[in-house]
Ligand binder design. Structure first.
Ligand code: 5GP
Length: 185
């Protein structure tokens, strides 16, 4: 059993760098399990089914909900559904493996009921202008999609006080250092 065993929710607005931070953490500490979510969003170029997400159609997602196969799920940015597979997470937790859920605010709120012992971390941008810059720099969304994501981001930033820990993502290395300290890896 790892001292850091337990579930850790990592949330924060679009393009803040959550994915990069989680990937860097996983590289430093391969023993950490990062939950692979299920989504109805189509894959972006380079994304691999079963690695970045399990990409499913709407009926499959409906079935997962009906079978109570998700710890939480939400419609994110008003379009596609995303959810955390229950079984994989419960197996890792039972085996004493530190488990990361990188999910949105709605999911984080549900996890406070479905996994009440999970510690919750909010990754914040250094400031609003930097968040907008990072979203444009990533260049994976249309203008319409970017404005939808920024509208969600405003709401998410307003909720950072709900979290156990807030980390401003200035550099990936520093953010990972702070995460490691908080998780106790
Ligand atoms: P993207 O489409 O850029 O991969 O992800 C969009 C958003 O969905 C991100 O904010 C991410 O945290 C969130 N997300 C990814 N997986 C899940 C999940 O399983 N549940 C919830 N609630 N949100 C998720």
């Amino acid at each position: 059993m790892d001292d850091a065993a337990g579930a850790y929710v990592i949330s924060g607005p679009t393009a803040v760098g959550k994915g990069t931070v989680v990937a860097a953490l996983k590289k430093r500490y391969p023993q950490v399990y990062v939950s692979v979510s299920v989504t109805t969003r189509p894959p972006r170029s380079g994304e691999i089914d079963g690695v970045h997400y399990f990409f499913v159609d709407d009926p499959t997602f409906d079935h997962l909900i009906a079978a109570d196969g998700l710890l939480e799920w939400a419609v994110v940015h008003g379009v596609h559904r995303y959810g955390t597979p229950r079984q994989a997470v419960q197996e890792k937790l039972a085996a004493g493996i530190p488990t990361i859920l990188e999910i949105d605010l709605q999911g984080a709120r549900q996890v406070r009921t479905s996994l009440p012992d999970a510690r919750q971390i909010f990754i914040a941008p250094p400031d609003w202008a930097e968040l907008v810059r990072r979203l444009h720099f990533r260049g994976t969304e249309t203008e319409e999609e970017m404005s939808r994501r920024l509208a969600t981001a405003r709401q998410e930033l307003a909720a950072e006080g709900e979290f156990d820990c807030i980390i401003a993502n200035v550099t990936v290395e520093k953010t990972v250092d702070e995460l490691v300290k908080f998780i106790g890896l």
